[in-house]
Structure formats: structure tokens, C-alpha cells
Write a protein that binds this ligand. Structure first.
Ligand code: PRP
Ligand code: MN
Ligand code: MG
Length: 178
């Protein structure tokens, strides 16, 4: 697994420090709110697990499973709902938790769809933002790191379902996907 990584882009320590900083910010912003963290599976699962423990105000959690990339490296633009939320969003302050905002199509679709269900507010927290690749009109509210247009894996991010369990974010060697 490690032999496929060109270099470590974000170390475990860097990620941990930034996640606790963003968690503190979210705690301040949501202390008087009805926070629901929604993790967009599967990529955000590692970030979600760390971020929720860095938040020290009441927060409910839920999960949605969507897929747009399949096993390739490019987005199809088509977002498939594999698992919907278990609960109503009426009166909820929704915070969507993602691992990466790339073209932005996944979150654009989700935000539109979920905003029709009566939440009080919707915001987006993402571990990584890759603005160079943005196609949809969407901006994250909380970003841990802006990243260059390289194929990144680890800390939840996959290539063909591999590398999610790396504890850091690394750049994949082009020879792996070319
Ligand atoms: C990846 C990533 C984001 C999305 C970002 O998910 O985890 O959810 O793509 O891309 P976009 O901004 O271009 O829409 P993917 O569909 O690969 O599913 P996964 O989370 O299960 O890996
Ligand atoms: Mn995803
Ligand atoms: Mg993926």
C-alpha cells in the first residue's frame, strides 16, 4: 500500500491539529444551535470520527451514502443515493461533513436535495478543498486544507476503494492509475 504513495501531503499530526481547530470553531458557532452532523459515506468516515470528538457542544449524527465516482478517478456527475438519512431535518442545523470538495457536484446535489426538507440552516465542513477542479457553484463553510490538483488518497479517501485506511493524506503515484 505505502509503495503506491508518491509523498505524504498532510501528516497525521498536521491533520489532528487542524481538525481540533475546526472543531473548536464549529463548537463556538453552534453552541446555541440544533446541530446535526451528516457524514457523506464513505470517504468522510475518518474525518467525521475525528471531527465529532473535537466538537464539545451537543451534536446528533447521521449518515448518507452516495456515490458519484464509482471505481474511476473522474466524476460522472451523476449522484446516486445509496442510503438516505434516518431522520427528519425539520428545524435542524445541518452540517454536511465531507472528505473532499472536488468538482463540487456531490455536495451541490446534496445541499439542494436536503434544503427542501426544512432544515433551519445548512453548512458544509470539508477536510480538503480542491478549488482548481470546481464545476458546480458551491463553497465550503469550514475547510481544513486546500489541496493542489493531485490525486490524493488516505484518511478516508480512496482510489478504487483502496488506501482509505492510511492515517495520512498522500499523493498517489501516477503509475497506479495511468
Ligand atoms: C468522492 C469524495 C466526495 C466526492 C467529491 O466520493 O469522497 O464525496 O467524491 O467529488 P465531487 O466534488 O467532484 O463531487 P466518491 O463518490 O468517490 O465516493 P466515496 O466517498 O465512497 O469514495
Ligand atoms: Mn465521497
Ligand atoms: Mg471515492
Amino acid at each position: 500500500m505505502k509503495e503506491d504513495i508518491l509523498k505524504v501531503l498532510l501528516s497525521e499530526e498536521e491533520i489532528a491539529a487542524k481538525v481540533s481547530e475546526i472543531g473548536a470553531k464549529i463548537s463556538r458557532d453552534y453552541h446555541d444551535k440544533n446541530l446535526l452532523l451528516v457524514s457523506v459515506l464513505k470517504g468522510s468516515v475518518v474525518f467525521m470520527a475525528d471531527l465529532m470528538r473535537a466538537i464539545d457542544v451537543n451534536a446528533a449524527i447521521d449518515f448518507m451514502s452516495v456515490s458519484s465516482y464509482g471505481s474511476g478517478t473522474k466524476t460522472s456527475g451523476e449522484v446516486k443515493i445509496i442510503k438516505d438519512l434516518d431522520r427528519s431535518l425539520e428545524g435542524v442545523d445541518l452540517l454536511l461533513v465531507e472528505d473532499i470538495l472536488d468538482s463540487g457536484k456531490t455536495l451541490h446535489y446534496l445541499r439542494d436535495m436536503l434544503s427542501k426538507r426544512g432544515p433551519k440552516s445548512i453548512r458544509i465542513a470539508t477536510l480538503l478543498d480542491k478549488p482548481a477542479r470546481r464545476e458546480a457553484d458551491i463553497k465550503p463553510d469550514y475547510v481544513c486544507f486546500e489541496v493542489p490538483d493531485e490525486f490524493v488518497v488516505g484518511y478516508g479517501l480512496d482510489y478504487a476503494e483502496k488506501y482509505r485506511n492510511l492515517p495520512y493524506v498522500g499523493i498517489l503515484k501516477p503509475s497506479v492509475y495511468e
